[in-house]
Write a protein that binds this ligand. Structure first.
Ligand SMILES: [Zn+2]
Length: 499
């Protein structure tokens, strides 16, 4: 009996390690457009003899044309029922007319989880000529939306929260709302940029969604026992008339996690607040996670620049994977439960990983379906950097346990549609990806590597970066011939920078 139990624990630990940051470890980031105190407080006083600054040469992110989401929601926690009204004001940021709008309505993938009551134009005109394309709502426009023009739609809907652990769902412990409202996908000159979910052998692989930065105004009220609710979000709310008002600028998503039992650990670092929400049983691991996040922000701010967030929230997830959103990360309950108070533990591995997604996913976006390595390779290698700085004696342990014990192999630039399935995806994109980053650093040297990666992070803020952007920035930071390295790791290697 006892042996069985031990075996089960060992197996569970193994599963935890294997799961790590798994398929659904999405990297949807949040960033406020408001510089964090990090940048504002360190700004030197402007010398008075400086000529008056020329009108800012740095354009606003997205030229100030990001989508404006204005959402009201009323939550009945114990009945698992939500009513919501989402208004989205969209600007055509391309050079071409748009003939139909698309909304991704993720809750439609769960049976009976959403009922869309009505759709209106911003002026109140009812819209009925929409059609469904999988989990997307397609709305033909009577008049094409010309470049620079705006259009507004209002969706009224109800959510019946599915009884499931996951980033969208509700368990006895928590209600998680991710991708819960109609979301507009990125638009390129070629059209709407969306991808199907990857399901291989009944397992979701990676993240098919990615979004442009947008502004969110969210008003949240509870229709039952508001006083007992603890709400985790990627930004701090104001309270007004029994409502929580959230204003989040330049985020890709707006995610909430709510529970009537959360305990909260709080820290402040470099002008950013850390809030760690756990269940009472894991309160001490929640404190440890908050400390790890502090260390992570200190270190990665050096490597990647300011995080551009006022808040980073950690949530203990009542499910078995880890996931990043803007200003909010989920870390699996098992990782908290098995925290052993030492750095040789998954909490110390995964916290820096998920927090690094605040840079690579939230601040610097990427096409997570086709180029998931752009955030996951960097996030996984960021774990190594964390150990190198804080626990240098454990770097080889990290490589052995996290990477080399799991057959790192396969092309780093695999997509989430890899037919070989989740493990092959993880082994290539995450694990071999970490080896690529280390080999790249070894080849071009520390100075070039860290200058390069910081430049890449800064140059692509508020964008959806591509492999091309990655290699183009790299080529400006090294003259090494990287042909062999690229051919080893990439199915589609870039041309090596030669000069
Ligand atoms: Zn990740």
């Amino acid at each position: 009996m006892k042996k069985d139990f031990q075996n089960a624990v060992v197996l569970l630990l193994l599963v935890m390690l294997l799961i790590g940051c798994r398929g659904l470890d999405q990297d949807l980031p949040t960033q406020t457009s408001v510089p964090t105190e990090t940048s504002t407080s360190t700004a030197a006083p402007v010398p008075t003899d400086t000529p008056s600054p020329t009108p800012t040469s740095t354009p606003l992110p997205l030229n100030g044309q990001q989508t404006q989401y204005d959402i009201e929601l009323n939550i009945n926690y114990y009945n698992r029922f939500i009513t919501a009204r989402s208004r989205s004001l969209y600007t055509n940021k391309t050079q071409f007319p748009i003939n139909e709008m698309i909304y991704i309505i993720y809750p439609t993938i769960f049976q009976s989880a959403i009922y869309v009551k009505s759709i209106e134009l911003g002026n109140g005109t009812p819209v009925s000529n929409f059609r469904w394309d999988g989990h997307r709502m397609v709305i033909p426009l009577n008049t094409p939306l010309m470049p620079g023009e705006q259009i507004e739609f209002v969706h009224d809907f109800e959510l019946y929260m599915p009884n499931r652990g996951g980033t969208f769902g509700q368990t006895d412990h928590q209600l998680n709302l991710s991708y819960w409202f109609p979301m507009i996908p990125p638009r390129t000159e070629e059209g709407w940029d969306y991808y199907e979910i990857s399901l291989v052998n009944s397992q979701f692989i990676g993240e098919n969604f990615f979004f442009e930065n947008a502004d969110f105004n969210v008003r949240l009220a509870f229709t039952d026992r508001a006083e007992t609710m603890k709400v985790a979000a990627g930004v701090l709310p104001r309270e007004e008339d029994d409502m929580l008002l959230y204003e989040m600028k330049l985020a890709r998503t707006f995610t909430l996690s709510i529970s009537d039992v959360y305990v909260i650990a709080e820290r402040d670092v470099l002008g950013t607040k850390i809030l760690s929400y756990t269940f009472p049983e894991e309160a001490s691991a929640g404190e440890a996670a908050a400390d790890l996040a502090v260390d992570t922000l200190k270190l990665f701010t050096e490597f990647y620049g300011p995080v551009m967030r006022d808040l980073v929230t950690i949530v203990e997830a009542d499910f078995e994977h880890n996931m990043e959103f803007d200003g909010l990360i989920f870390i699996s309950r098992g990782i908290f439960m098995f925290y052993n108070g030492t750095p040789e533990t998954n909490l110390t591995i995964i916290t820096p990983h998920e927090v690094s997604h605040q840079w690579f996913y939230s601040l610097v976006g990427n096409n997570q379906a086709v180029e998931p390595w752009l955030d996951e390779s960097i996030a996984t290698y960021s774990e190594a950097l964390f150990y190198e700085h804080y626990y240098p004696e454990l770097v080889s342990w990290w490589w052995a346990n996290r990477v080399d014990g799991h057959q790192p192999s396969g092309y780093v630039d695999n997509t989430i549609y890899l037919e070989a399935g989740y493990e092959a995806y993880r082994n290539s994109v995450y694990l071999n990806g970490a080896h690529f980053m280390q080999d790249l650093r070894d080849t071009i040297g520390d100075e070039a590597y860290f200058n390069f990666i910081k430049a890449y992070a800064l140059e692509n803020r508020y964008q959806i970066a591509s492999s091309e952007d990655f290699f183009s920035t790299l080529s400006r930071h090294t003259s090494e011939d990287l042909t062999i390295l690229f051919e080893e790791y990439f199915a589609n290697p870039p041309n090596s920078p030669e000069t």
